[in-house]
Design a protein around this ligand. Structure first.
Ligand SMILES: CSCC[C@H](NC=O)C(=O)O
Ligand SMILES: [Zn+2]
Ligand SMILES: [Zn+2]
Length: 405
């Protein structure tokens, strides 16, 4: 049970975390980890800082279970946030200003995803205080660098001895806010392919004609189910203090494309198109991937976490959300990318879930906010989810797959 005063304390702690400027490209990771270690101590959790790369600490917390040989649960969140344009915000992005009238807390990271990291900790404090002890080990990770691809974060972590020792059975990671009353949950995601295409040609008179770069925009279907191709930038032309020169054929042009690939997409067809149509070398064009996420897992299958009876964790999760009074929408493919892909790639089931209903989707946007009521409700959801996932069900009526848990 929660009291208004403990809720108020939880909100203050959330604001404190939000006030730490962990924006890329220079996140204050040390400050975040110091704060989180203090929170972990208050929640009675064991803490270990793992620095696989200098200056990129990954905080691993542990709540030991009664039966440590069971597969464990890993609750993941990233500590970094994307940059912001402060002058376009109503409240400074690291003020965590609480608008009293609306109850909204404004901050970069309020949705993506400092809320989730703190909600895990608050939920654990509450279920511990109520005397709950998990059967399986519960781990909580606070990871760096998700927003820049996770290469020196979770991608490296899942290959480490530290990770392998955890015997992870299920990962929870981030999802998205939902403007409606149903929470959203994600069982897969689109892979990021960040592509630059360069065109080279002879400089000279601007009246010479060259072909344009042929670019495609995606059609409209479910957000996560289509390939999307978005311009990130276009770099060309010759600039002088008075503007771009019109009658000078540039010798180089470059386009940056943010491509997102759904897990079931026909990768070879797109690659062929790229080589033959978008950047043919016969036209002095070249391309380079700045990011190229895997569509398939290490076993050659689409990197998807089953959300049916073949995945015994799924029904436990689904029922726990319901029990706490939450409604779940139909499981979706995450339209962007998260660290969950690195777990799915090595065959570990991972669900993307950020319990924010009745909330506009503002991740990476100006004036990102979360209302304090939704934040507190989310803690209640995690209390239910953590208790359910932490409990070993071995009664006879359960099917074989459930028994494996
Ligand atoms: C190349 S990984 C980038 C990860 C980032 N994640 C969430 O916004 C994204 O742009 O989807
Ligand atoms: Zn995120
Ligand atoms: Zn993000």
């Amino acid at each position: 049970a929660t009291s208004p005063s403990s809720d108020a304390d939880a909100i203050s702690r959330f604001q404190e975390y939000l006030r730490i400027d962990t924006a890329q490209p220079a996140p204050k990771y040390a400050a975040a980890v110091d704060f989180l270690r203090a929170q972990a101590a208050a929640a009675g959790l064991e803490a270990q800082t793992i620095e696989l790369f200098a200056g990129k600490p990954l905080l691993l917390l542990k709540w030991p279970g009664r039966q440590p040989s069971l597969p464990s649960i890993l609750l993941n969140s990233h500590t970094d946030v994307v940059p912001s344009e402060p002058h376009k915000w109503e409240h400074p992005p690291f003020s965590a200003a609480l608008d009293e009238a609306s109850g909204r807390i404004y901050a970069r990271g309020s949705q993506d995803m400092k809320c989730v990291g703190m909600q895990y900790l608050e939920a654990i404090r509450r279920v511990r205080a109520a005397g709950f002890i998990p059967d399986r080990n519960i781990y909580i990770t606070f990871v760096p660098d998700e927003e820049i691809g996770g290469h020196e974060g979770v991608e490296a972590f899942v290959e480490s001895k530290e990770y392998k020792d955890l015997n992870v059975g299920l990962v929870l990671d981030e999802g998205l806010a939902s403007p409606g009353e149903e929470y959203r949950v994600f069982y897969a995601e689109r892979s990021p392919w960040w592509l630059t295409i360069k065109a080279k040609g002879a400089p000279g008179h601007g009246a010479k004609l060259y072909d344009d770069v042929d670019l495609v925009k995606s059609g409209e279907k479910a957000e996560g189910d289509v390939v999307s191709v978005n311009f990130a930038y276009l770099k060309a032309g010759t600039q002088t203090p008075t503007g771009f020169v019109m009658n000078l054929q540039p010798s180089e042009a470059e386009v940056g494309l943010d491509i997102r690939m759904p897990p079931n997409v026909h990768v070879e067809a797109l690659k062929r198109r790229l080589v033959e149509e978008w950047a043919p070398s016969s036209r002095n064009m070249s391309f380079e991937f700045k990011q190229k996420g895997c569509v398939l897992d290490n076993f050659g299958k689409p990197a998807i976490t089953p959300v049916d009876s073949s995945n015994p964790w799924w029904s436990v999760f689904e029922e726990a959300v319901k029990r706490a009074g939450g409604k779940l929408g139909k499981p979706e493919v995450f339209p962007a990318s998260t660290d969950a892909r690195y777990f799915r790639k090595i065959g570990i089931p991972a669900l993307g879930f950020s319990p924010m209903a009745n909330t506009p989707i503002l991740l990476h946007d100006h004036n990102e906010f979360l209302s304090k009521d939704e934040y507190i409700k989310g803690i209640g959801i995690y209390e239910s989810v953590i208790k359910a996932l932490a409990t070993h069900k071995d009664d006879a009526r359960d099917d074989e797959s459930r028994a494996e848990l």
